[in-house]
Design a protein around this ligand. Sequence first.
Ligand SMILES: [Zn+2]
Ligand SMILES: [Zn+2]
Length: 711
Amino acid sequence: MEIPLAFYQSLRLDDNKSRSRDSSYSNPNVFNFPRFSGYDFSLRRRRWKNPFAKITCSSLVQGLKPKPKLKPEPIREIDQGPKDPVLHDTQISKSAVAICSQIEKLVLCNRLREAFELFEVLEIQGSLRIGISTYDALVEACIRLKSIRCVKRVHGYMLSNGFEPEQFMMNRILMMHVKCRMIRDARRLFDEMPERNLFSYNSIISGFVNFGNYLEAFQLFKMMWEELSDSETHTFAVMLRASAGLGSIEVGKQLHVCALKLGVVDNTFVSCGLIDMYSKCGDVEDARCVFDDMPEKTTVAWNNIIAGYALHGYSEEALRLLYDMRDSSTSLDQFTLSILIRISTRLAKVELTKQAHARLIRSGFESEIVANTALVDFYSKWGRVDTARYVFDKLPRKNIISWNALMGGYANHGRGADAVNLFEKMLAANVGPNHVTFLAVLSACAYSGLSERGWEIFLSMSEVHGIKPRAMHYACMIEILGRDGLLDEAIAFIRRAPLKPTVNMWAALLNACRMHGNLELGRVVAEKLYGMEPEKLGNYVVMYNVYNSMGKTAEAAGVLDTLESKGLRMMPACTWVEVGDQTHSFLSGYKCDSYNEAVKRQIYHKVDELMKEISEYGYSVAENKNLLSDVDVNEEQGVVRYHSEKLAIAYGLVNTPEWNPLQITQNHRICKECHKVVEFISLITGREIVVRDASRFHHFKEGKCSCGGYW
Ligand SMILES: [Zn+2]
Ligand SMILES: [Zn+2]
């Protein structure tokens, strides 16, 4: 430890120069205190390594004679030095008492490091009289610094000085260990405590719950119940967190009963804990009951119940509650906003997210990591990767989730080079990638055809970063091989993989067969997939399309028969477009029944107009009837012109301002025909159109799609 120059200035060097080290020790008048086994060694070592060791504190020379074992005593203020020593200088005062009071004042002013530098003087000098208030200040400093080293120093000093703390101080020492995450030492201390009260139990229990060691927390809770037959609201709140962590609703219910019996159930912390526990244990209804019974609903209570609904997929209900919360004039905090953004991500509510974003900025949460990471995720997922980047760059602190979200965004939007750059930037920032990072960057390479870089990164996973590739990473590599047309290599790669091939791996290969029209391999792979997921429609549709595109109508009909015999029916193709904060859905053909006649006429008219316009720019209907759509094949014939995506785009173009990118979502893979049409539309209208289909994102801009024609 470096000692500030100021310390030396108050030490009388010349006093000690002539005195040898050993004689100074042997002189009983100067050092009239025993040498402790634990401290002797370090004291001696310090004497050689540290110039400070050659110096004796002037306060000792003055004849202060500490006794080996002292009962703690309150520090008496002595009038020495400047009036406000803390604020004007940090020189050591001339006696240990002054050092102690100096330490206390430093802690009070939150100058914790300086307090510990001064404490070192006490440590070097060994057993000095220290008052309980100084110990308390040191404990407080440790808690605030959260430094294990400091805890060891202070606790070691207490032990070697024979300090015998009262219960209050014992609890503080216990708390110090808990707060500095020294949970095992804390447990030992706790077990050795002659007397324990609620405070001791609360400290140790919170420690274990924060550590995720819920079972031990429950054992302690039981002990407390038996020993003290009492508990308090804080304990219940903590224990409810433990039951939520365990996912055990039975235990949670028992706690609920205990809380009812003790009459603490109306306490806000307990109620919020109950809501959280019930919703995390999967019982949203009971959570709602507790919430409804709360006389006064706090922001945390609202957050917990909304998060509960969102967690179990009830996004609409969660959104309704969010509106209720806003109307009840409860203030929304950053957690509310991050839940709101996560719900909007799921429901693709662009307008709502924009409002949440504005509110985050207005409320001064611009650099708040959880909500802003949710924003990065939203914008990445819903086609605004540049906005996502903007939010990301503004974040002063980024966690792995923020990096992964943006990288995933680049991957989805076919911006492989950007994703790889971000990956390199992340490594340069010393953030360790995890398997999600690799999935993002590898799929970016796969979507953008960066095969070489993809292989380098894949190999670096285990060799450099020590992460074993999982099946999903293998699926990315199969996609890379498939994109390059290396189907034989892909199948060899699957066979060599050190894991059982998964559905995703075979599906990537089947898609490659479809793109390259490899019927033989396609059939083999499709058979495998039928065996693995007999109920999954998509596989049959892909195979149907492969046959169809090769002109094998009989085989194609065979696939349809198989479908029928399994009782599977294809979903009608549906496309959604968001206009304002409303979402509008469209079915292919002439089925826009939910719209009135005028709107209908306008939509079909717009489609006709667009088709006419793009044909002037060189668009022509392809001869090939390979539509590659994952939808009801009977629908296909005759309604190609009015595919749902075309209707949705026409509606969006008419009803949104020109500068807005269009946001389209659909339940099926976009067909080749529509893909080409949308490319042309983006060219002639100058609009950015983002289509999220069953397979991926298509970001159409100036006549080109981010997928590069492979989807
Ligand atoms: Zn289509
Ligand atoms: Zn595309």
